[in-house]
Write a protein that binds this ligand. Structure first.
Ligand SMILES: CC(C)[C@H](C(=O)O)[C@@H](O)C(=O)O
Ligand code: SF4
Length: 478
């Protein structure tokens, strides 16, 4: 049976039945859980006297509310402490795997799944978190769900789902020096719009993704949701298998070989049919930075800011005008040279070891600008451990960065890490919505970790390609 996409194959393998509503009852291979969207779901189970159907397929961590400075219990914030106690109680009572601090494996939910090899090609993966699309980097069908669906998956390991359309996003050629996976996804969202992916799963294909590391693919898939696509994936290949081989939860020995054989066949057929195909040229992408309050309001770093007056769509025009007002930026100006107050390196988009390595290369031997508060928040305890092993934490601290403990941190500021007043941050995270980083007047500029590092050093937005810092030349090719 040819002409099928990975989406078709994985969906069909997990379809239990067609529901009277027309939806498909889909079996979920892996359910990841965090402290924010799970308490009510567990409560609902309790109310109905239900158990977790497949505790061995359910894995919990805490990330959003975790303070990154001191994790001494009880947490200083009593709300956070209560949420912590809830997930401890729920995972214990329902027999769910829980990666707490003591395991050494705590971290952002979308970082720990892949790093432990829980995320494997061909799986369906759900989590009460929109950035679950990250796991699609491994050729999985992974999507965020709401709390009532978290309840459904806990109770039945199944979800009632509407089918998705598939858009193939093909980018061919070679990325220019200084252009990272973060720039690629910001470029895609800029071109297709923040709602362009509604109803779609995005399949990322072509030379750029074939040549991209797993970390890079995760960065891209992570932000699919910012383009409106609930899921995004890359077909599994040798890069995927090399990354997974030997990881804790992956099959070993003969079982591994059999699994790889099976996974290879999941990739979309060469003649697969798509609902839509867009093709871009890698050479057209340059380092990107957002200027507005959605991840789609971005420019290439050498371009000037757009003029809302010439935007045809009245809704978009208004949105752009509001964004300019909030950001105190002007149409026609450069982003290069905009002063920043805070530099945040972390999040499930860019808090992996490869991101920290690349940023450390930019920072090595330099000093953070006096006007900037710069800090690094590894995506997980294991990322932190590896970074320490490689001496990256020292490079950051010598430069004047704070080195913190794993968590979501200032990505959404559900913890003490918050912007103050109208501070501007250079941030390696994924959302620049108003108030996102903890202050209603705060301003967020999304960019690659390398660009965040360079902004921390110079105190302003720079073009990484022009950054004269030692190590920058090596870093730009990551
Ligand atoms: C708290 C959680 C529900 C939320 C999400 O779903 O994405 C958060 O992770 C975010 O990034 O905004
Ligand atoms: S790091 Fe940010 S985007 Fe990722 S799960 Fe945490 S809050 Fe959500």
């Amino acid at each position: 049976m040819a002409k099928r996409t990975l989406y078709n194959k994985v969906w069909d393998q997990h379809a239990v039945t067609r529901l009277p509503s027309g939806q498909t009852q889909l079996f979920i291979g892996l359910h990841m859980v965090h402290e924010v969207t799970s308490p009510q779901a567990f409560d609902m189970l309790r109310e109905r006297g239900l158990k977790v159907a497949y505790p061995e397929r359910t894995f919990a961590t805490m990330d959003h509310i975790v303070p990154t400075r001191s994790q001494q219990r009880p947490f200083a914030d009593s709300q956070a402490e209560l949420m912590m106690q809830a997930i401890e109680k729920n995972t214990k009572e329902f027999g769910v795997n829980f990666f707490n601090f003591e395991t050494g494996k705590q971290g952002i939910v979308h970082i720990i799944g892949p790093e432990m090899g829980l995320t494997q090609p061909g799986m369906t993966i759900a989590c009460g978190d929109s950035h679950t699309s990250t796991h699609g980097a491994f050729g999985t069908l992974a999507f965020g769900i709401g709390t009532s669906q978290v309840r459904d998956v806990l109770a039945s390991q199944c979800l009632a789902m509407d089918p998705m359309k598939v858009r193939r996003i093909e980018i061919n050629g070679e990325l220019k020096p200084g252009v990272t996976p973060k720039d690629v996804i910001l470029y895609i969202i800029n071109r297709l719009g923040v709602k362009g992916g509604l109803g779609y799963a995005y399949e990322y294909a072509g030379d750029v993704f074939d040549n991209m590391s797993m970390e890079g693919r995760m960065t891209v898939c992570n932000m699919s949701i910012e383009g409106g696509a609930r899921a995004g994936y890359v077909n599994p290949d040798d890069t995927t298998f090399d990354y997974l081989k030997g990881r804790e939860y992956c099959p070993q020995g003969a079982e591994w070989d059999a699994a790889v054989e099976k996974w290879r066949n999941l990739a979309s057929d060469a003649d697969a049919e798509y609902d839509d195909v867009v093709v871009y040229d890698a050479a057209d992408i340059e380092p990107m930075v957002t200027w507005g309050v959605t991840p789609g309001q971005s420019v290439g770093i050498s371009q000037t800011l757009p003029d809302p007056a010439v935007v045809a769509d009245s809704g978009e025009r208004k949105a752009a005008e509001l964004a300019f007002k909030h950001m105190s930026l002007q149409p026609g100006q450069d982003m290069k040279g905009v002063a920043i107050d805070v530099a945040f390196l972390g999040s499930c988009t860019n808090g992996r070891i490869e991101d920290l390595r690349a940023a450390a290369e930019v920072v090595r031997g330099q000093k953070v600008a006096e006007s900037v508060h710069a800090f690094v928040v590894p995506g997980s305890m294991q990322v932190a451990k590896q970074a320490v092993k490689e001496g990256l934490h020292q490079i950051f601290m010598d430069a004047g960065f704070e080195w913190r403990a794993a968590g979501c941190s200032m990505c959404l500021a559900m913890n003490p890490d918050k912007l103050q007043g109208n501070q501007i941050s250079a941030s390696s995270s994924n959302r620049n919505f108003i108030g996102r980083q903890g202050s209603s007047t705060g301003r967020t500029l999304l960019m690659s970790p390398q660009m965040v590092a360079a902004a921390a050093i110079t105190g302003k937005v720079v073009d990484i390609r022009e950054f004269a810092g030692s190590g920058a030349k090596e870093a730009v090719n990551v």
